[in-house]
Design a binder for this molecule. Structure first.
Ligand code: 0RA
Length: 659
């Protein structure tokens, strides 16, 4: 039977009172109950896996960020407790505890138990921050086995505890205090989440991002699990006075800048605040990171359009005036103005409309003009006042346009050649017979010999094999037309059926003719193999990011060991599994084989362990944070050696790349 939920019936209980004098408890609108959240958690927090689990923390932190943006809070601290519960505390005013006149219960209880109550105090105090889904702390409460809210206000301490969103008792006074603030401790419900183990690096990355996006706020994190030898917890502290300027400098730390410091723009119009920092470097990548109310808008939207328009218009006008485009024999395009530019655009919009596949595209039409005028005005002044930097930027644009033209010619040559060879598919590709992309898989395999084994082992109905020879080009360092000289990269383009520079572009890539919906990178499970995986991933991240965003890119996991005794064989993917297998087979006479490469397996073994959909483990590549991934790839693959070494040394488990 179909479940009927309160939200389907559209029940709105509006408890808003006429009292306009202050920010009081009566202004909370009650919208709907929490049962809905427990019944359909994914609808509220995205998913019930690792991402949703971490989202709970962001939701709580966002409330504290709002308090800080309102000017009442300077410090926010996140603690991962020993039992994987989370404590978030801030030094704001404390959630109000007064009795809500109509509801006859504390405002704190309403905020914690009524969906959307937190953000709907009323319109004068609009909530700028807000997790991706902007669902409020009551959702976190509904999805926690236990939650404890503590408020420090007016010299008193108040407390209320809940189980699965239901209060155990009314809000009560619990002693006196001389501090102010809110502290929330929650333990995610393990009957809802498929994993309940928090990742320190994931949470740290978001806090680092929030510190850059909201200058001045001090954000700390502490991990009480596995204390260090000296008894101290692993901890970090993030704080940025420079805000977006420092964000851009951080993103570009391993690129060579063309400027002394980033261009910085700040302004406000019609309640929309706009902040932007940008810098040109000697690379060829376009890095526009955009945010709305602290949410990373990976699909862009009206704010990004406004920024692009301003940039193109102002730089074009300046270049024309200085006669710097006169020698070019072809048109300059918008892309040319953004090549080698790293920028972060952050807008705060009172009532954002999010659109697009992942609801990360800003739809508010009015924002385009606001961003265009604020950015355009500022940029114009900057160019006039800094003629030397301005000329460097325009020269870079001319270089980009020239290279793009060369790339177009190279691409056309590749496409023409394809037509001449008949099917247009690379000779090295062993294609599958099915041609429905949804069912088809392609394995990108390191080396001709492993490629041969994979060809024998595969199910040719739906699995294609493309062997790649040696190390593919490091695209982080190459100009675009160079990548079309590379045989392996040309093969990837033609085998996948995707192309660049055509009108149906989706972020620069036309994937309407994509031939496989699973693209699996299959490399040896050793250091060389993980280096090659990283090179291929860098290529996808820089040139085919849409494929990652659509969830089409996977990494295969070949086993590390084969444990044998007589005819019995057990594969193991880590040391613990290996030891368990040895025990299971009974110790003596057991033979352990360490696989160093795919080539050591025969076709049947490769199928059984790594390619058979029934048994294999595929890891889907996702992007937690585009800015984080950009920083990692430019550090790992960029020009400068010292930051790369520092990164690798500080991430001993190099194989775990958090994208
Ligand atoms: C509404 C009004 C007031 C404080 C807050 C919300 C508030 C909420 C959260 C959530 C986490 N930390 C928070 N800190 C503050 C203040 C009302 C007043 O003092 O008049």
């Amino acid at each position: 039977m179909e479940e009927i939920l309160a939200e389907d019936l559209n029940i709105n209980v509006d408890l808003k009172s006429g009292n306009k004098s202050d920010y009081s408890a009566d202004k909370i609108q009650v919208l709907e109950g929490l049962e809905a959240v427990r019944k359909r958690p994914a609808m509220y927090i995205g998913d019930v896996g690792n991402k949703g689990l971490h989202h709970l923390v962001y939701e709580v932190v966002d409330n504290s960020i709002d308090e800080a943006l309102a000017g009442y809070c300077d410090n926010i601290e996140v603690v991962i407790n020993e039992d994987n519960s989370i404590t978030v505390r801030d030094d704001g005013r404390g959630i109000p505890v007064a009795i809500h006149t109509k509801e006859k219960r504390s405002a704190l209880e309403v905020v914690m138990t009524v969906l959307h109550a937190g953000g709907k105090f009323d319109k004068d105090s609009y909530k700028v921050s807000g997790g991706l889904h902007g669902v409020g702390v009551s959702c976190v409460n509904a999805l926690s086995a236990e939650l404890k809210a503590e408020v420090y206000r007016d010299g008193k301490k108040y407390i209320q505890e809940y189980e699965r969103g239901k209060p155990n008792y009314p809000v009560k006074e619990n002693g006196s205090t001389d501090i102010r603030g809110t502290q929330i401790t929650f333990k995610p419900d393990d009957t809802i989440f498929t994993t309940t183990v928090y990742n320190f690096d994931t949470l740290s990355a978001r806090l680092q991002e929030l510190a850059f996006l909201n200058k001045g706020i001090r954000l700390k994190i502490k991990d009480m699990r596995n204390l260090e030898d000296d008894g101290q917890p692993n901890s970090s502290e993030f704080h940025s006075e420079g805000g977006l300027r420092e964000f851009v400098t951080y993103l570009d730390s391993s690129r060579d800048s063309l400027m002394d410091e980033p261009i910085y723009v700040e302004g406000e119009q019609d309640n929309v605040s706009v902040e932007l920092a940008l810098q040109y470097n000697t690379s060829f990548a376009e890095n526009v990171h955009s945010y709305v109310n602290n949410i990373n808008t990976i699909e862009g939207g009206t704010h990004v359009s406004g920024f692009r328009r301003a940039l193109t218009r102002v730089l074009k006008k300046y270049g024309d005036k200085e006669k710097m485009f006169d020698k070019l024999k072809f048109e300059i395009t918008g892309d040319d103005f953004r090549e080698g530019m790293t920028s972060v655009l952050s807008v705060k919009v009172p009532e954002p409309q999010f659109e697009g596949q992942t609801k990360t595209k800003l739809g508010n039409g009015e924002v385009t003009g606001i961003v265009e005028s604020i950015v355009g005005e500022h940029l114009k002044h900057f160019l006039e006042e800094n003629p030397k930097t301005a000329k460097n930027i325009i020269q870079k644009v001319v270089l980009a346009a020239t290279a793009r033209n060369a790339a177009r010619k190279a691409r056309e040559l590749v496409q023409r050649k394809n037509v001449l060879t008949g099917s247009g598919l690379p000779g090295k590709l062993a294609d599958c017979s099915d041609n429905d992309p949804e069912r088809c898989e392609i394995f990108l395999v390191e080396g001709d010999s492993a490629g041969g084994t994979a060809k024998q082992g595969r199910d040719r109905n739906f699995q294609a094999i493309l062997p790649l020879r040696g190390k593919i080009l490091n695209v982080e360092k190459a100009m675009e037309h160079k990548i079309y000289d590379n045989e392996e990269i040309k093969n990837i383009f033609t085998a996948l059926g995707v192309s660049k520079g055509t009108p149906e572009d989706d972020n620069g890539l036309n994937i309407t003719k994509l031939r496989y919906h699973k693209i699996v990178i299959m490399c040896d499970a050793d250091v060389d193999g993980s280096h090659i995986t990283t090179l291929i991933l860098t290529f996808f991240f820089r040139h085919m990011k849409t494929l990652i965003e659509n969830g089409y890119i996977y990494i295969a996991s070949p086993p590390l060991y084969l444990v044998k005794k007589g005819k019995q064989r057990i594969y193991a993917w880590n040391d613990a599994q290996r030891d368990a297998a040895i025990e299971q087979l009974g110790g003596s006479g057991v033979n352990v084989q360490r696989y160093k490469g795919l080539g050591e397996m025969n076709a049947d073994q490769l199928w059984d362990t790594t390619m058979d959909p029934e048994n294999r483990v595929l890891r889907r590549v996702t992007i937690d944070s585009t800015s984080g991934a950009d920083h990692i790839f430019s550090t790992l693959m960029g020009d400068e050696v010292p930051p790369r070494r520092a990164f690798i040394e500080s991430h001993a488990k190099f194989a775990r790349i958090d994208i």
